[in-house]
Design a protein around this ligand. Structure first.
Ligand code: NI
Length: 134
């Protein structure tokens, strides 16, 4: 058995409370066990898609007033213009926007695009859904 390692995690209180409620509901004895499962499942999912041609739907929520955010989003999307099939912008409320980017390519390329978009300062929420045609 491999050695256990302790590490610190900083989370928004609200998010942690929701996580605790969710894992209690699922019957996890500890946060560590729940987190280990989450990490493991995410790695398995990622591994399944590696080396395959996929289509990814990336959803981003952000406040358009954040300085430089819009131009950074555009710059990254132009870097990946060969992969991006479509994008849609929805004005959610006075300040928040939802942007949905649909891209096709190797799983690793879509992952890279997702990572670059998610890392842009001011992006509040990012999620990706990966699918294959086969
Ligand atoms: Ni907008």
């Amino acid at each position: 058995m491999s050695r256990l390692v302790r590490f610190g995690v900083s989370l928004e209180r609200q998010l942690l409370e929701r996580f605790d409620k969710s894992i209690k509901h699922k019957g996890y004895p500890t946060r560590s066990k729940a987190l280990a499962d989450l990490i493991y499942n995410s790695l398995v999912e990622q591994g399944k898609m590696e080396g395959r041609e996929v289509v990814g739907t990336i959803s981003l929520v952000y406040d358009h007033r954040k300085r430089e955010l819009m131009s950074r989003l555009t710059r990254v999307q132009h870097q990946f213009h060969h992969h991006i099939i479509s994008s849609q912008h929805v004005h959610l409320d006075r300040h928040n926007c939802l942007e949905i980017v649909i891209a096709r390519g190797m799983a690793e390329e879509i992952e890279e695009l997702n990572n670059k978009l998610r890392a842009i300062k001011g992006v509040k929420h990012a999620s990706v859904n990966i699918a294959t045609a086969g």
